[in-house]
Design a protein around this ligand. Structure first.
Ligand SMILES: [Zn+2]
Length: 235
């Protein structure tokens, strides 16, 4: 299997912008990727949660800080738009997404447009509407509606990373423990399935939908002189 990697000079921070409709979405969908990339190279993270009130706000803040503890720079923004009703505040949400174009991200993590939760789907749609020259990966959230689909981009996770992701989720979101699906079995089970699908050398993986990826076969291995891109690496 040929791996894709970020072709950037080693000392140039990778700029990651992550959108989550709700307090724990980014962590569930892309927490392993964030932990892994922050451990591997300099990363600056913009972490944006659109709906979090009361105890969920504090949970979101602490969790975002824990997941990005190894980032060289971090900005966490938590808004209090109405949960489960984001379509009712379409204009406000679009403005918040639009305004974050000035972060000039290399990688945007967002919800799937095909997600059956109305808040998730709208965040995904507005992400693509605003970020038109970016690498956008849509993460997946297991849920009652059963809308996982077949992802096409896989990120192998070390077992230690996966266990850290699960431990942080369980520690930082006590308000969600009563939900039948919010447990280590769900997170570990999905990671094992995605690991099978990509023949992960570690057995575990997170998976994403990558509707649009640009591959430059001429891009040099260290990423220069291009500011961003992907390189092929033989594993
Ligand atoms: Zn959510």
């Amino acid at each position: 299997m040929i791996d894709l990697a970020f072709a950037l000079p080693a000392d140039r921070p990778l700029r990651v912008l992550a959108f989550g409709a709700h307090a724990d979405d980014i962590e569930i969908g892309a927490g392993g990727l964030v932990l892994s990339v922050c451990a591997a190279r300099p990363v600056s993270v913009d972490w944006v949660v659109f709906t979090a009130e009361g105890e969920r706000r504090a949970e979101a803040q602490a969790s975002a800080e824990a997941f990005t503890a190894n980032a060289v720079a971090r900005r966490v923004e938590i808004f209090d738009l109405p949960g489960a009703r984001l379509p009712a505040v379409w204009g406000e949400l679009k403005t918040l997404v639009d305004e974050r174009r000035d972060r000039r991200p290399d990688l945007v993590l967002t919800h799937r447009r095909a997600d059956r939760h109305q808040d998730h789907a709208l965040v995904g749609e507005l992400t693509w509407n605003s970020f038109r020259d970016h690498l956008v990966l849509e993460y997946e959230i297991p849920k009652y509606e059963g809308d996982l689909g077949q992802p096409d981009l896989f990120v192998p996770l070390g077992e230690e990373v996966l266990e850290t992701k699960i431990a942080l989720l369980e520690h930082h979101f006590p308000s969600q423990r009563h939900r039948s699906w919010f447990d280590a079995d769900t997170f570990r089970g999905l990671a094992r399935l995605r690991g099978v699908e990509c023949n992960s050398p570690t057995r575990w993986a997170e998976a994403f939908h990558a509707p649009k990826v640009r591959l430059d076969p001429m891009c040099p291995a260290d990423g220069s002189p291009l500011p961003t891109g992907l390189k092929g690496r033989q594993s």
